[in-house]
Write a protein that binds this ligand. Sequence first.
Ligand SMILES: [Zn+2]
Length: 253
Amino acid sequence: MVDGTIFEYKAAHDYFVLISRWKRLARLSGVPLKKICEADGYPVYGFISEVFDSRGIYLSSGIHGDEPAGAWALLEWTESKMELLRLRPFFIFPCLNPWGFNENSRCDRQNIDLNRRWLNSKTITTKAVSEKMENLRVLLAVNLHEDYDANGIYLYEASAGKKRDCFANEILNAGKELMPIDTRKKIEGRWSRDGVIRPHANSLPKEGTPEAVFLQKQGAERIFVFETPSEYDLHLRVKTQVNMLERAVSEIL
Ligand SMILES: [Zn+2]
């Protein structure tokens, strides 16, 4: 660690450095870090608390290996929540595409976009996560992503309950302290309003089902997909995602 920063730039795409920090966190918090499967020769982990008496918080990152800020933000945020980890159920998947993370690749070794394989033709990893989540109840789910041609931060909201409150905007406002909101009217071909995209069921990717839709079908109440612009400084992107995550989770505590 360099003073004041959570990792060195050269470690940004080092899966084993990332996981060594999660292992340390598991030791300190008592929450087990368990291998859920092996994909492309790498172990994939789940950090799942053993408190099951209420609805939990599902957090994941690294499904697209070329979007590293999410993975480091998830680690940094969780490291700051040692007490909370013992009180609430957490279902955390620190990095769902380890090979891609190490290789700075969106897809896995077989050139598969894992974020399109959550319903039909599941991969080893999406199948393992689905099995882990069977019978678990999710109150809030956040998937951390990045976008290389974004002008600023934005997010997707996929709410099963069709709630149209200001929660999504408040999350973006928490990030706006460090990074502007992408205010384009259309982002990735979808209508966006003040950085919030609420995709219609009929505008989902034709290539296959994303993680957020799997979570929706699984019954998660609030689902957000965060996006930071990956042309910005990495440390700033990490801090921004941490702030947004903090805002999202604090709302439901
Ligand atoms: Zn992504």
